[in-house]
Design a protein around this ligand. Structure first.
Ligand SMILES: C[S@@+](CC[C@H](N)C(=O)[O-])C[C@H]1O[C@@H](n2cnc3c(N)ncnc32)[C@H](O)[C@@H]1O
Length: 235
């Protein structure tokens, strides 16, 4: 379905202003990305989580090149946050923290919590976040950190352990920690068979309107699902 098939005017505005729009990247954040891309350094400590597909997964420049969101992807989420004037954001999977900077950029945002299990990455991200007091970085496995979180978020961005089981676990937790008109975003929905199976199951949840492109799946609690129309809005 595209914009011509959308009956709700707010959903139509969302489609045009968030999904189909383009915006300028933030120079300050892109300079930080450029610094990582040029780095000759390696992460301290051992890697965690599922096996990385990067050629040298501890090389900072390789992570900056292949392991983090591109500016255009981060800008889409930034527009989404601005569209709904969201205040509270949670990111699962910080990596180098460039995407986190974009999540914290909109003036409406009061706080961003971001969780990362890799010590080397968290050390680097924390260094960057020193000048961004809205961002709180947590070090540890998400499954262990989730019980410590007792607040609800307007936006939950899920981009960590890319397995079927973990994705469903994160989703079930996120549903119970999402505000009444909140949004959940999943990255890499076609990264593996497990991820695409998880997303196909998750997007059927009748509490949400879902929208997706090849990489990203978005669940919107803001709109009610009209059973006369398909629940998938492609962008
Ligand atoms: C794709 S990267 C995140 C990229 C970042 N969100 C962005 O948009 O640029 C995924 C991150 O999740 C972290 N991660 C994987 N499994 C995790 C877990 N169980 N707990 C916490 N972090 C985890 C990895 O170390 C990695 O840094």
């Amino acid at each position: 379905m595209d914009n011509y098939g959308i009956q709700s005017s707010k959903l139509s505005s969302f489609y045009l202003q968030v999904l189909k729009s383009k915006s300028q990247s933030v120079d300050e954040f892109e300079m930080i990305r450029a610094h990582f891309l040029e780095s000759e350094g390696f992460l301290e400590g051992d890697s965690i989580g599922e096996k990385s597909t990067l050629s040298d997964p501890r090389k900072i420049a390789n992570i900056a090149r292949k392991g983090i969101s591109e500016a255009s992807d981060s800008l889409l989420i930034l527009r989404l946050i601005e569209f709904f004037q969201y205040k509270t954001v949670l990111e699962l999977g910080t990596s180098l923290g460039v995407n986190t900077l974009y999540l914290a950029k909109p003036a409406s945002v009061e706080s961003v919590v971001t969780i990362e299990a890799d010590e080397g990455l968290t050390r680097i991200a924390k260094g960057t976040f020193r000048s961004f007091p809205k961002i709180k970085s947590m070090l540890g496995d998400i499954d262990e950190k989730m019980p410590e979180i007792n607040q609800a978020f307007d936006l939950i961005y899920i981009d960590a352990n890319h397995t079927y089981e973990a994705t469903l676990r994160y989703f079930n937790w996120a549903k119970n920690h999402l505000t009444a008109e909140g949004t959940i975003v999943f990255d890499d929905i076609n990264w593996s068979r497990g991820m695409s199976m998880a997303w196909k199951s998750i997007r059927k949840d009748s509490e949400f309107v879902s929208t997706e492109n090849y990489n990203r799946g978005i669940l919107l609690r803001h709109f009610t699902r009209d059973t006369n129309y398909p629940y998938v809005l492609n962008f």
